[in-house]
Design a protein around this ligand. Structure first.
Ligand code: PRX
Length: 634
């Protein structure tokens, strides 16, 4: 498959589930399950019964302070207790909870009992250094077992974690540490990436120099990278020495269902990244239920989600979801194509992965190498495949289905967001599939396509994707910014509905087709990045006076950055400056910020009040009508 065949396949086939899939499925009847979901309180309270509550809730849903919804009111619960402790007196005690594999071929298996002990030791260690319920703990860690242990240790004692993706750069780390008011930062000596070691400790050192609020830096030994004790040595402690001698028992904190579980930063259309706040009880119910039903998780599964825990996909579906269901979660540290593009398929074969969940950008990347690599491996253990993060183009869907799923395995195209915490629109294994559509809202979820006035748009027409009723894993607010929470999600479309920020359409079968963002947010390899963040990175370079940024279609990454810049006097956009600017943006924001093209401008299209009209630049890029320009300055 070459890059240029990667556009517009007119794929109209419908893929029906096989008898084998239906036979095993937890939910055999799609329509009747959707029917059950119509009574949302009954539906979600039944799902909540599977957990151990220290005190049962008085009320399932409280909407008295909309849009600040509360779920499982007055219920008392603990996430770590339900994800780990609950299993150790069952036959799962010695089952592998975490199977860690890295690109060098090293592996570690951690059973539920071992995980229990490790979580307790680290929870006690955190308490010893003064971490209390409600305190924030930032983590800048690779995909290593200690990351999951640290998350669970926080929730065991009621501390709130704030994980920063290890591919983000120092500026992003500082911003997130400070916004979350974290006194603790957990980091590592390094991470493996394509045969190299990326020194996370060095980046953390730089960040902490700029964030004096950090009192303790905990360093995990992961990559065997020599650790340079920095000038901050008074504040540094090794993870291994911190847990030494700690007891392997720790009482779980009895948390309220609405006590915060974590903050996770994500990009919005304007300003600084938003601290999405998730709470404990509802999140637990939503994440476990959706993973169980969509990927039909059974005890004997080996679940592999290839995302990074630094993003929501990893929070919900590498760490919490699988452990709440008592299955084995594979945690992979490394690149998808190292040492060769068969790396992932080798792992599927070697360990017998049964459910595999990845992103369209990864599929498109691996599909460039053709069937040569997948065909070398026995992939017959796979029973369900999944996709997330951006629309999957039919070419990639069909390639994935034929070459990885051997034409048999269904693909769950799951639509959701950092904010939603859990899948909202997705097939179940028994759903007839249309390549490129996430199919229909899951049971218990009501979604619609509306115009900006709150009217449903006709079938087949594009509009704003809204969610009409609350769901248990929904974000509760934006940390320290409740006003922005209301404005961003609940006031775009009238009628008290949640606006997702996506454009979508619905077809005659009620299937949803997500088309992309409706706001100034880019999706580069499935990673979310705000145009305003990229613009401020550009403007931070001494040669740049002004910048406007839009997305430019890319056959592998989905989108890359196209920047229109005005240079300061006496500067010229030659190849050297272009390279320098690309590196500068990468240094400021991390490797996710891929600049595809830079264009020098004399002027940028602006409204009379001085706001950049990216819409005009976008329309021109796509060869579309510019539309209403009555507010344009010139
Ligand atoms: O535009 C949608 C796209 O990803 C956005 C959410 O990004 P983020 O919060 O980073 O979470 C990504 C992983 C859940 C959405 O607003 N998106 C996510 N899943 C899909 C998708 N677009 C199309 N199809 C999907 N399955």
């Amino acid at each position: 498959m070459t890059q240029d065949t990667d556009v517009l396949l007119d794929e109209k086939r419908i893929f029906k589930p096989s008898e084998a899939v239906i036979e095993k499925a937890h939910i055999k009847e799609w329509e009747s399950e959707l029917e059950k979901g119509k009574d949302i309180e009954k539906y979600w309270s039944e799902k909540a019964e599977q957990f151990t509550w220290f005190r049962k809730w008085d009320k399932v849903l409280d909407g008295s302070e909309k849009p600040f919804y509360k779920w499982f009111v007055n219920g008392k619960i603990n996430m770590a207790y339900n994800a780990v402790d609950r299993w150790i007196n069952t036959e799962k005690r010695n089952q592998v909870a975490i199977l860690y594999v890295n690109e060098r071929g090293d592996e570690k298996k951690i059973t539920y009992y071992e995980l229990y002990r490790e979580v307790n030791k680290f929870a006690n260690a955190l308490k010893n250094i003064g971490v209390k319920k409600g305190d924030k703990v930032s983590m800048y860690l690779p995909m290593c077992p200690e990351l999951l242990i640290a998350m669970l240790a926080c929730t065991k004692i009621g501390a709130i974690h704030s994980i920063v993706y290890s591919g983000l750069s120092v500026g992003a780390l500082v911003e997130r540490i400070e916004d979350a008011d974290s006194k603790i930062l957990i980091t590592a000596d390094g991470t493996f990436r394509r045969g190299k070691i990326i020194d996370l400790k060095k980046i953390s050192d730089e960040a902490v120099q700029m964030s004096p609020i950090v009192e303790t830096i905990i360093v995990v030994k992961n990559a065997g990278n020599p650790i340079k004790i920095s000038e901050l040595s008074g504040r540094e402690v090794m993870y291994s020495s911190l847990i030494e001698g700690e007891p392997s028992e720790c009482e779980p904190e009895m948390l309220d269902a609405e006590d915060p579980l974590y903050i996770l930063y994500t990009s919005g259309s304007t300003g600084k990244p938003k601290g999405v706040l998730h709470t404990t009880g509802g999140y637990m119910v939503g994440v476990a239920t959706t993973l169980k039903n969509v990927f039909d998780i059974h005890e004997d599964d080996l679940w592999w989600c290839t995302a990074d825990i630094g993003w929501v996909t990893g929070h919900s579906y590498i760490a919490y979801g699988p452990l709440l269901l008592g299955t084995t979660t594979l945690v992979y540290e490394g690149a998808p194509d190292y040492p060769d593009p068969g790396a992932w398929w080798r792992i599927v074969e070697k360990y017998g992965v049964t459910k595999f969940y990845t992103a369209p950008t990864a599929i498109r990347h691996l599909m460039r190498f053709g069937n040569k690599y997948p065909s070398k491996h026995d992939l017959s253990s796979l029973r369900i495949l999944g996709s997330v993060g951006e629309p999957i183009n039919p070419e990639a869907w069909i390639w994935y289905h034929e070459n990885i799923g051997k034409g048999e395995v269904p693909i769950m195209d799951t639509w959701w967001q950092t904010e939603t915490g859990m899948y909202l629109i997705s097939p179940l294994p028994v759903t007839p599939l249309k390549p490129g559509s996430a199919t229909r809202p899951l049971p218990g979820i009501e979604a619609e396509i509306m115009d900006a006035d709150g009217n449903p748009v006709p079938l087949g027409k594009g509009g704003l994707l809204v969610i009409k009723t609350p769901w248990p894993a929904m974000l509760r607010t934006l940390y320290k910014d409740p006003e922005r929470y209301i404005k961003t999600y609940w006031e775009i479309v009238p009628g008290g509905v949640y606006t997702a920020g996506d454009i979508a359409r619905k077809d005659e079968d009620g299937y949803f087709w997500i088309q992309g963002r409706s706001d100034d947010v880019l999706k580069i390899s499935g990673h979310r990045i705000g145009t305003s963040e990229v613009e401020s990175a550009f403007v931070g370079h001494p040669a740049v006076a002004e910048a406007a940024v839009i997305g430019k279609a890319d056959p592998i990454k989905g989108e890359v950055i196209k920047a229109f810049i005005i240079l300061k006097e006496d500067n010229r956009l030659d190849s050297k400056v272009i390279e320098e600017l690309k590196n500068h943006v990468r240094h400021e924001l991390g490797p996710v910020a891929v600049v595809g093209e830079i264009i020098q401008m004399e002027k940028l299209p602006k409204t009379r009040s001085g706001k950049i009209m990216r819409r005009v630049l976008r329309a021109r890029e796509r060869g579309e009508d510019i539309g209403d320009t009555s507010t344009l300055e010139e």
